[in-house]
Design a binder for this molecule. Structure first.
Ligand code: BGC
Length: 255
């Protein structure tokens, strides 16, 4: 067998995002894709039922993989049930996604918050590998996602993007979508991020912040402008974090 060929028992990770649904089997020793990733456009509207159909199509392209499947969702997930939908179709709220996707695909599916998946992967394989104490991973995208990991253990559904700061939902001011929407300079955005991360420092005194999301590719433009007491570094896994983290989560039997 080729070193990179997927094996039946490897878990499969699916990253459900606003524009694309991406999936690949994952090699958990390496924290890498075990085969080339497949991407399918996110249906509109992205209701749970339509998304389930895409998962079936995606998995049918990997007939040799029969292991557990992990799926990221940008909302609170408790015992497989989605409990919030800030930036996705509201029909997700109260959907038993574990059950829906397990029935649709005939596979054991575990759903996890998108930032929790990314954070879990960064701590296991990426920027925060081997770090102890409290690590807070934030993803700066359409919203702000957060993962709190303490000594390698994920504390799920922290939802720190929705802290109220100066009377605003934090993500409405400091997410990357706010920077784009308001055409903010890096300097201006960095001021907002400083306010945001200083609030997190005050509340949690973490050892380390890790910054993920698509904009972390440009971290050299804004991270040096932040004025914080805590070390802050870019994520390492970039757009692999969701798929790898979801597969890792599923391999551990979900939450
Ligand atoms: C949601 C979170 C999600 C984050 C990033 C927020 O609006 O409430 O659950 O992790 O966006 O997608």
């Amino acid at each position: 067998m080729a070193p990179n060929a997927p094996t039946a028992l490897q878990p499969f990770g699916i990253d459900f995002g606003g524009t694309g649904i991406k999936g690949a089997p994952v090699d958990l020793d390496a924290g890498e894709f075990a085969a080339e990733r497949v991407r399918i456009k996110t249906p509109a509207p992205s209701t749970p039922q339509r998304v389930a159909e895409v998962f079936v199509e995606l998995l049918s392209q990997f007939p040799e993989c029969t292991g557990a499947v992990g799926v990221t969702v940008p909302g609170v997930v408790r015992h497989g049930v989605v409990r919030s939908a800030a930036n996705i179709d509201k029909s997700w709220i109260d959907t038993d996604a574990d059950r829906l996707f397990t029935e649709a695909t005939g596979r054991e599916v575990h759903v996890v918050n998108d930032a929790d998946a990314a954070g879990f992967a960064e701590v296991r394989y990426g920027a925060a590998r081997g770090r102890s104490g409290l690590v807070i991973v934030t993803t700066l995208g359409t919203g702000i996602g957060s993962a709190m990991v303490h000594d390698g253990v994920l504390i799920p559904n922290s939802e720190l993007g929705h802290l109220e700061i100066d009377g605003h939902d934090a993500e409405s001011r400091a997410a990357n979508s706010a920077r784009e929407r308001e055409d903010l300079s890096w300097e201006h955005w960095a001021k907002r991020l400083t306010t945001y991360y200083r609030t997190l420092e005050k509340l949690f005194s973490p050892e380390l912040f890790v910054v993920g999301g698509g904009v972390s590719k440009s971290s050299a433009e804004f991270l040096p402008l932040l004025d914080l007491d805590t070390e802050i570094i870019p994520a390492a896994l970039l757009n692999k974090a969701g798929v790898v983290g979801a597969a890792l989560y599923a391999s551990e039997g979900g939450g």
